[in-house]
Design a protein around this ligand. Sequence first.
Ligand code: OOG
Ligand code: NI
Length: 307
Amino acid sequence: MRQKEILLQLLDKIHQSYAGKALVALKVKQTIESMGGHYINDHIAFRTFGLPGFGIDSIAAPFKALGYQKGGDYYFEKKKLKAIHLEYPEDKLLPKIFISELMVERLSPENQGFIRSHTRKVDSSYGRGVIGIDKVNLGHFDSIRHAIDATFLHLDTTPWPWVTFEEYNQLKEESEYASWVAAFGNRVNHFTLSVHQSAVFDDIRQINEAVQNVGIKLNDSGGLIKGNREVALEQSSTVADRIYWHFADERLEVIPYAYIEFARRFPIDPNLPKPWKHEDLYHGFEELSADKIFESTYDDQVHRKED
Ligand code: OOG
Ligand code: NI
């Protein structure tokens, strides 16, 4: 099996695991397709705890082994987050991968202590690297096999035992990012529709209106559209879908899970004449915008009343 096929299989598994639960993604896809548009994925995003073995590197490793390379670095002081993105140089149509991590050492002693001790409860029988790829087919791709074995990329469970609902709420008071990761582990939290490749929309406003017309709520933190032509990237996103989720003691609660984003990329050179080719476009991220997009899973957005 070739490296590229393994990668496509992995991306497909990740999509299945996300789309199977995030109904908002399905609804958006149907809306776009009913208007004759294509759903091409610009990037996916993972969240992690920045602790040895669990942070950005633990998710980046299998993708690097499969041919991805590091792109930009990003920093979010107030949210206590760092992030990077990865891109696949040989095929610009493959999604970029945005991976962030919580600077755990900046949390209160109580919450830090909880995260450190809870993540220690991962044991090898808990299924490290359960990503559903048939390892028999990996044959002699030893480096890929090792990367997959070592990852904490779990698609259908968390690498650590379920937290209690009280522990989740305790973390949430200080960091909604922390409570999200504690509950969901390293599942993908969004896919991103590439507006400039959608065939029908050439303005992000049109897509916002189309999804609002079918009753989907958008994240309005910092305005509905984040970024602009000057930073060569415009983004908007829905608020996260709320789903029934597992907590310790067989408890199920409804909590915010995943969302879908829309991104329109422009050339960095403002004078470059159209038509723009994919490789002419800016393929990084924008800190000010990303800072607001994180809030798509935050209560203020998810529970916001539309006026
Ligand atoms: C990631 C938020 C940032 C972007 O495209 O800027 C982001 C997250 O919610 O984990 O996706
Ligand atoms: Ni994004």
